[in-house]
Design a protein around this ligand. Structure first.
Ligand code: MN
Ligand code: MN
Length: 468
């Protein structure tokens, strides 16, 4: 009896058959994938900081009829609103046919990325150079930020409250900036150090000038020259750095990678890629969704979500509470019926470094959107874990909507780990699961994602808004 079984059929029925997603979509879909990613690349080039991402996102949303949220106003089904939180994070929302009665549907990404911020007193002169002192933001491998061109982005707010926006080093012909490294000839001692100690945080000083003003022997003449140029360009003085958010970021533009152009290299895929997927899916929702739908672009995820523009603050809860109360609903009831995709990048298996992955439970390039039941480290610590019930709903939703997906963990057990915003939203009594685009070289100045995975994450968000 047993040996007469059709094992081929049986294995098709019972076993998972993980395939490269490229074999699972047709040419027409491939064209959509590549076309969608052109929009994404444009978004990336105009969104190198959280502030720029908020501005770009609002401009895209306003084109689709979104208007600033007004807590005094009553909203009706189909109304499109956005909340701009201090210019650094934002919530976009469409009021659903049923409003918030059955909870809201939200996709939460983050728009901050690892980078080098300026210290309050950054400018100094030493050994015939003017330099800026930085304080790195987020988890960086410090050695990766040396000997590569950087651009200066951000805002300086003068004492009288007037604000100047800075973006220098991105356009052709503009000056760029750079941190020096030791030449290999003299790098013997550096090469002996563990990688994490080879470059110290206090040595991440950016070269910004070398030409003195005035007469020979005058003190700090190079520094003065730099400050004069900054004053000419932006009308600022040295003390104005105290009230500034200045970020130095890689100058790289989003670029196709590979002969087949199947991969995109860019600075800050983590997590502008999922933020863009969430936003563009919301903007592309057809008609009025059943439930009120939110795209959340959060700040400060890379440092633990603390601070009033991060999701470990109350701004999301207040916004949902306002929407609930406007409909005469109890906010906590709305929250407990709400669902969320925590849309943050996952890690793609890298054949150059197989030792940190567990191959069976990894996401792969072109496998589709990554679905992570949990992330965290040290025995599932520091993370939300989606329930089996919610996981079942989500995979059913994705399959129904032809979203290619794959399940994966964040690397091998005890290799390291990390968290997302999922746990902060889950603490509001919301069902949350982590999804996202698998990334290669995460947190490096130039990260890589597959176009197919980017598109599938957009499709995943769209399916969630429609039927989640
Ligand atoms: Mn992230
Ligand atoms: Mn990150």
């Amino acid at each position: 009896m047993e040996n007469k079984l059709d094992t081929k059929k049986l294995s098709e029925e019972l076993l998972i058959n993980r395939q490269n997603g490229c074999h699972q979509i047709d040419d027409e879909t491939f064209e959509k994938v590549y076309e969608y990613c052109e929009g994404y690349k444009a978004f990336m080039d105009s969104s190198k900081t959280e502030r720029e991402a908020v501005n770009t996102a609002i401009a895209l949303a306003e084109k689709k009829g979104y208007v600033p949220y007004d807590a005094e106003k009553k909203y009706a089904a189909g109304d499109k609103i956005y909340l701009n939180n201090r210019g650094k994070s934002a919530i976009f929302a469409v009021i659903g046919q049923k409003g918030c009665k059955e909870g809201v549907r939200m996709v939460a990404g983050h728009i901050d990325s690892p980078r080098l911020d300026l210290k309050p007193y950054p400018l100094f002169e030493a050994d015939e150079m003017a330099l800026l002192k930085t304080h790195y933001y987020g988890g960086i491998k410090k050695y990766q930020w040396l000997a590569m061109p950087l651009a200066m982005h951000g805002v300086v707010v003068r004492k009288d409250g007037t604000k100047v926006e800075i973006c220098l080093g991105e356009k052709e012909g503009e000056p760029q900036f750079c941190i020096t490294d030791i030449l290999p000839h003299l790098g013997k001692e550096q090469a002996q150090k563990p990688l994490g100690q080879a470059v110290e945080g206090e040595s991440l000083n950016i070269l910004v000038g070398s030409r003195p003003l005035g007469e020979p022997g005058e003190k700090d003449a190079i520094k003065l020259h730099v400050m004069k140029l900054l004053n000419d360009m932006y009308g600022i003085t040295e003390e104005d750095f105290v009230s500034a958010d200045i970020e130095f970021v890689p100058v790289y533009k989003a670029t196709d990678i590979g002969f087949d152009r199947s991969v995109i290299g860019a600075y800050g895929h983590d997590d502008r890629v999922c933020s863009y997927a969430a936003l563009s899916a919301l903007l592309d929702v057809e008609g009025v969704p059943e439930k009120t739908s939110l795209a959340i672009l959060a700040d400060r995820e890379e440092i633990g979500s603390m601070g009033n523009t991060g999701l470990d603050s109350e701004f999301l809860r207040y916004f949902i509470a306002d929407l609930a109360q406007a409909e005469g609903l109890e906010p906590r009831h709305v929250l407990s019926r709400s669902r969320c995709l925590s849309a943050d990048v996952s890690v793609a298996y890298d054949p150059n470094f197989p030792s940190v992955y567990e191959a069976r439970n990894s996401c792969y390039l072109n496998g589709g959107v990554g679905l992570s039941k949990y992330v965290g480290s040290g025995g599932k610590s520091g993370t939300n874990e989606a329930t089996a019930e919610f996981m079942a709903e989500i995979r059913n939703l994705f399959d129904r909507n032809h979203v290619l997906w794959q399940a994966g963990e964040l690397g091998k057990i005890d290799a390291g780990g990390g968290g997302t915003v999922a746990m902060f939203i889950a603490s509001l009594n919301v069902d949350v699961v982590d999804i996202g685009v698998p990334v290669l070289s995460m947190h490096a100045p130039f990260e890589m994602v597959s176009k197919l995975d980017v598109y599938m994450t957009y499709k995943a968000c769209g399916a969630f808004y429609k039927e989640g």
